[in-house]
Design a protein around this ligand. Structure first.
Ligand SMILES: [Ca+2]
Length: 422
């Protein structure tokens, strides 16, 4: 047994087990719960028409320090923005020959990274960024005795589009963090114009204070807020159709509950579906399609599997099973990706791509009419990067960020890779 510092970044799992032999297969193991498909090496595969892929450096002249997100501003400039976890956002032209980046935002002075799951974790540009220059940032702050995560708005500077103003910070929301791990998080604008944030269960292991099924806590949830308006006493507004606004015992921001640590989630840019990958505890990594008010079961369940039967479910709705899950024979910490709408993809069109940070395995799953119709491990070979995130450029081309080393150490080993169909 050995411990990897970065392993904690997405899960509490301490053990790096010997990973099952390659040639992993997927199957429809309907016995595991509901309609969930369980990826299991012991079962036959239905690969459908899904292709294998190769990864190639998208920007061979650029390396990054712990890159954890790649995204774009949606302003027609075709620039890419990469988050470095210790507290910088860098920006560069979306051109494979680019040889340098600018530092777009540097908030290392207020980012606290006492645990390697802390740091600057996600940003989202306002849908009208071209007009209002606003972006939204989720980062860890405080100190070892008083941890919190912060959702803030920043604004681009007036005279340099490659420079946000670090003094423009407006704090929208702060969430106390009882432990250093499980801080989520992805911030994303939905097709409805509202801002969604995935927030982890607070940390430690096994959700010991049962935050994920506690409707008074934002931990273990996905929240949804309106950043274009303000309610009384709030720096944002609650959308009137949030699922629990009429429940006096529930926080109005809550959109979905029972999640352990959705490190990455994304909206399908074609149909608006919200895909979230929930990092598991000791056994199961799960992919969900998130619905309004949905309860995904943690910590009564881990994925579709029983975890702690003493936990009572919050809310009224039934527990929703994953679209697909894989066991810790396949990986230890899921990194959610995107439904591919990449202009350069053919057979991957419409398939959801996801990865495991620890083993570097990458899969694609096709999900149609509520059923998994194909799933395949798509990256052949054994030399796999440690995928921290997937991201799109303005045209929808898909990329991934990865560390060369599992622990993410070294000042600049991180890269952005292109996903090429074989
Ligand atoms: Ca935490």
């Amino acid at each position: 047994m050995r411990q990897s510092p970065f392993l904690h970044t997405f899960s509490s799992v301490l053990i790096i087990a010997v990973v099952a032999a390659s040639g992993a297969a997927a199957c429809a193991d309907q016995s595991s719960g509901g309609g969930t498909v369980t990826v299991d090496r012991t079962s036959p595969v239905d690969e459908g028409e899904l292709p294998t892929i190769s990864l190639s450096p998208a920007f061979p002249n650029l390396t990054f320090n712990r890159p954890v997100q790649v995204t774009h501003a949606g302003d027609g400039s075709d620039r890419l923005f990469v988050i470095e976890q210790h507290g910088r956002v860098v920006v560069f032209e979306n051109n494979s020959s680019v040889s340098q980046f600018d530092v777009f935002l540097d908030i290392r002075d207020r980012v606290f990274m006492g645990h390697n799951e802390e740091g600057l974790l996600s940003i989202a540009f306002h849908p009208q960024y071209a007009d209002n220059g606003r972006l939204y940032v989720w980062y860890s702050a405080g100190d070892r005795r008083d941890r919190r995560t912060v959702l803030s708005r920043f604004t681009v500077s007036d005279d340099d589009r490659n420079q946000a103003n670090p003094d423009s910070e407006q704090v929208l929301l702060e969430v106390d963090q009882p432990w250093g791990n499980h801080n989520g998080a992805t911030v994303k604008f939905g097709p409805d114009g509202y801002l969604y944030v995935s927030i982890g269960d607070g940390g430690a292991a096994n959700d010991p204070r049962n935050y994920s099924q506690n409707m008074q806590s934002l931990l273990g949830k996905i929240i949804r807020i309106d950043v274009n308006a303000r309610d009384e006493d709030l720096p944002y507004a609650i959308p009137s159709d949030n699922p629990f606004v009429d429940d006096e015992d529930a926080k109005d921001e809550i959109w979905a509950i029972g999640l352990r640590n959705v490190w990455r989630m994304s909206f399908d840019r074609d149909n608006g579906d919200l895909w979230a990958a929930d990092v598991g505890q000791d056994a199961w990594e799960a992919v969900y399609v998130i619905t309004r008010g949905g309860n995904y079961g943690w910590s009564r369940t881990e994925g579709s599997q029983p975890f702690d039967s003493s936990i009572e479910l919050a809310g009224d709705g039934p527990m929703i099973d994953p679209v697909i899950e894989y066991s810790h024979r396949q990986g230890k910490s899921i990194t959610g990706g995107y439904v591919s709408r990449s202009p350069s993809h053919d057979k991957l069109q419409g398939a959801y791509i996801y990865a495991d940070y620890v083993t570097g395995r990458i899969w694609a799953v096709r999900y149609e009419d509520g059923k998994v119709t194909a799933n395949r491990e798509i990256l052949p070979g054994t030399r796999r990067p440690h995928v921290t995130s997937f991201g799109e450029d303005e045209a929808g081309e898909l990329y991934l960020c990865a560390f060369e080393r599992l622990d993410g150490r070294g000042s600049s080993d991180g890269r952005i890779m292109r996903i090429v169909e074989n």
